[in-house]
Ligand binder design. Structure first.
Ligand code: NAD
Ligand code: ZN
Length: 377
């Protein structure tokens, strides 16, 4: 590429201050350094984590948010051998160095080197930002910063995927959808014909329902305080619904009565501590497994009677659905290519890059599931 090794001037949506609408600016994007790649982003989507850190008054501003996306490698830095210019990639907010104890363990995806870090706004290689405006640094977000026409990432945070996969669709697999899907398929592992409860029917919960369906669960009970989520959830395999507000009894008891003693599996996708406890206590004794996915309030504490464990209930948690980004994400894309996974139904809106703030408005109103932001038109 003619741009390799040079600074690229392009458009990026910059968050100058917490909670203020993003503004489209011309930024300079430095070339990738050792073990880094520069990616031309074609499609990106807005996820709750972006909104959470955009609203939070952290010291890391001005900043370029965005982590759910799809793009093409423009150039690579020294030492990069896994990907080359022209490769299609999905950026991931957590990485896989392939060398640490976690990356070498078949059970973990919590890479020591590239695990998500929301406080860091610079590259790990040299502690500097690759984005600037008039020489002043603009900070990165979770190593991805996809709200920019070009971004620089560590090579361990990009998953090389099938170039035939449509990036405007599979970009949503780079975060929330894979998280929910993997929480069911890789962690809860519902046996065929089992009953699964999904707490929270946002993008992550709907993907968890889809994962339970793919795994062969026959009853999928959606639990949400917002009944407007129920109609949509049918498309993702939910067969029944419970709104805890409709019952005087604790929801654990309601679910136990519906299922002859408890559900076989539950997946919590709310971030609410009460829902986490309920999701654990509603699983059947003897074999039930509950999986926590939602990110709790920083001061939250999980309280339950230890007898619930002695009675052979299992509680687990997962991060990015236990997928190793570089090793496993290409296979999730293949599930879509083989038509075993539908991603279109997660994409409810689409806006051009210039109108990125509309995606924030939609999320604030709780409308739809995913809004795709088109970088080129
Ligand atoms: P969302 O806000 O779109 O959906 C959450 C849903 O939960 C909403 O429909 C809401 O009505 C419902 N809800 C809230 N409190 C509830 C309660 N007490 N009982 C029942 N339902 C309740 O969020 P999302 O984008 O789908 O994300 C879900 C959670 O997953 C968030 O906490 C997010 O931070 C987390 N997350 C975790 C990972 C991970 O790797 N572990 C990755 C991505 C997102
Ligand atoms: Zn690692």
């Amino acid at each position: 590429m003619a741009t390799a090794g040079k600074v690229i001037k392009c458009k990026a949506a910059v968050a100058w201050e917490a909670g203020k609408p993003l503004s489209i600016e011309e930024v300079e994007v430095a070339p990738p350094q050792a073990m880094e790649v520069r990616v031309k982003i074609l499609f990106t989507a807005l996820c709750h984590t972006d909104v959470y850190f955009w609203e939070a008054k952290t010291p890391v501003f001005p900043r370029i948010f965005g982590h759910e996306a799809g793009g093409i490698i423009e150039s690579v830095g020294e030492g990069v051998t896994d990907v080359a210019p022209g490769d299609h990639v999905l950026p991931v907010f957590t990485g896989e160095c392939k060398e640490c104890a976690h990356c070498k363990s078949a059970e973990s995806n919590m890479c020591d080197l590239l695990r998500i870090n929301t406080d860091r706004g610079v590259m790990i290689g040299d502690g500097k930002s690759r984005f600037s405006i008039n020489g002043k640094p603009i900070y990165h977000f979770v190593g991805t910063s996809t709200f920019s026409e070009y971004t620089v990432m560590h090579v361990g945070c990009v998953a090389k995927i099938n170039p035939e996969a449509p990036l405007d669709k599979v970009c949503v697999l780079s975060c929330g959808i894979s998280t929910g899907l993997g929480a069911s398929i890789n962690v809860a592992k519902p046996p065929k014909g089992s009953t699964v409860a999904i707490f929270g029917l946002g993008a992550v919960g709907l993907a968890a329902a889809e994962g339970a369906r793919i795994a062969g669960a026959s009853r999928i009970i959606g639990v949400d305080l917002n009944p407007s989520r129920f109609e949509e959830a049918r498309k993702f395999g939910c067969t029944e619904f419970v709104n805890p507000k409709d019952h005087k009894k604790p929801v654990q008891q309601v679910l136990a009565e519906m299922t002859n003693g408890g559900v076989d599996r539950s997946v919590e996708c709310t971030g609410n501590i009460n829902a986490m406890v309920q999701a654990f206590e509603c699983v059947h004794d003897g074999w039930g497994v509950a999986v926590l996915v939602g990110v709790p309030h920083k001061d939250a504490e999980f309280k339950t009677n230890p007898m619930n464990f002695l009675n052979e209930r299992t509680l687990k948690g997962t991060f990015f659905g236990n997928y190793k980004p570089r090793t496993d994400l290409p296979n999730v894309v293949e599930l879509y290519m083989k038509k075993e996974l539908e991603v279109e139904k997660f994409i409810t809106h689409s806006v051009p890059f210039a109108e990125i703030n509309k995606a924030f408005d939609l999320m604030a109103k709780g409308e739809g599931i995913r809004c795709i932001i088109r970088m080129e038109n």
